[in-house]
Design a protein around this ligand. Structure first.
Ligand code: ATP
Length: 360
């Protein structure tokens, strides 16, 4: 979407949610976001013939319950149409839930959106909150006024963002002339000038190259560590989650499927891990109990073994019988695990099907 000034004032607040999950990171003492039994139903009309339209309802979010303690970084993932953006819009107050209870910093977002806007920052990877035709610095000056940020604080935050997000050479450039990666970094800075306590990120690395992704991830990690900013991160890039969040929430068809540590998702995989062994020399496939060789490349061999089983006895058996030089254990591929989880999820089209593990 092209930048439009007024949209910024209306669109800034975005907040995440979660339910009573385990505490997976630091010493969180307070829930910043509380979501309890939240639903969002859209009334839509669709064509039912040449002239006729019929009404029906889309249940975008259904029985969503979670909480997020202050200072946590949480990944919020799901397939297309799962309800992620709708959740974020409710957390910022842009949308009002059809049912349930939702609080961010003790505030009901849809009732006190303006008050909440001062405490939250929002970044949409596919849109910008910057003024399209103005130099980047002018958008920041406007935000300075809009949020009534004290001068010293504004200057300090701007300097920090400019340095860490490498915006120095871009401040006088009109936003429309920025590359996607530059614009994204510009948007992240814009979301942080007023010191939000929570940052909602909707696909912040979409379309970025590897170097830009690394910059954005590094910046977010530091922000969370240094300022304790709570982060709710929606992404289709699981590397974002792996590098930033210990906790992940998975939703599909508006319903929670999993909430817990990222590592816990492995339990929903094929149930196998891989032991990679380097032998002194090329040898025939290793023969060992409770593991099978799935790949051989020169002296390196890959052995699949049950995920629930400890690797130690397997390593001991191989070391006793083969000239072992080095080894590593690989967890199941997380993308494959999640794809399988989506495929197994119950849906309105497939009622009653099994699936939907929910962690915690
Ligand atoms: N304003 C709206 N009116 C009607 N239906 C809507 C509206 N907004 C979202 N939906 C529907 O609600 C469901 C959830 O949409 P949402 O945008 O929250 O998904 P998402 O998880 O963010 O998807 P994506 O990853 O593709 O961005 C979809 O079926 C979508 O078509």
């Amino acid at each position: 979407m092209r930048a439009r000034g007024p949209g910024l004032a209306r669109g800034c607040p975005f907040v995440p949610q979660y339910r009573e999950l385990t505490r997976v990171t630091q010493d969180f003492t307070e829930n910043f976001i509380d979501v309890e039994g939240v639903e969002k139903v859209f009334d839509v009309r669709r064509r039912a013939g040449l002239l006729r339209r019929e009404r029906h309802q889309v249940r975008a979010v259904d029985s969503l319950t979670f909480s997020v303690p202050r200072g946590e970084m949480v990944g919020y993932i799901g397939p297309n149409g799962a309800g992620k953006s709708t959740t974020i819009k409710m957390l910022t107050g842009i949308l009002t839930p059809s049912a349930g209870r939702l609080r961010v910093a003790g505030i009901e977002p849809s009732r006190e959106r303006t008050r909440l806007a001062r405490r939250i920052g929002v970044v949409f990877g596919q849109r910008t909150t910057l003024w399209w035709d103005l130099p980047l610095i002018d958008s920041y000056r406007l935000m300075h006024r809009m949020y009534r940020i004290p001068d010293a604080r504004y200057r300090e935050n701007l300097d920090r963002c400019v340095e860490l997000l490498e915006l120095g050479g871009l401040l006088e450039t009109p936003v429309r002339q920025l590359s996607l990666g530059q614009r994204m970094r510009g948007d992240i800075a814009a979301a942080l000038l007023h010191d939000p306590e929570v940052l909602y990120l909707d696909e912040p690395t979409i379309g970025l190259d590897i170097v830009s992704k690394a910059k954005v991830r590094g910046f977010l990690r530091d922000l969370n560590a240094e300022r304790g900013t709570t982060v709710l991160l929606t992404t289709h890039d699981l590397t974002d989650i792996e590098q930033l969040c210990r906790r992940v929430m998975v939703i599909d068809h508006g319903r929670p499927m999993y909430d817990g540590e990222l590592s816990g998702l492995h339990a929903f995989g094929d149930g196998e891990r891989t032991l990679v062994v380097d032998l002194e020399r090329e040898l025939p496939p290793v023969q060992v109990e409770s593991a099978r060789v799935v790949k051989v490349e020169g002296p390196r061999q890959w052995l699949a073994f049950p995920a629930a089983q400890s690797a130690a006895p397997l390593v001991a058996r191989i070391a006793a019988a083969y000239p072992l030089v080095d080894l590593s254990v690989r967890e199941p591929d997380i993308e494959a695990v999640i794809a399988r989880m989506y495929a197994r999820a119950p849906s309105p089209e497939r009622p009653g099907e099994a699936g939907a593990p929910v962690g915690r």
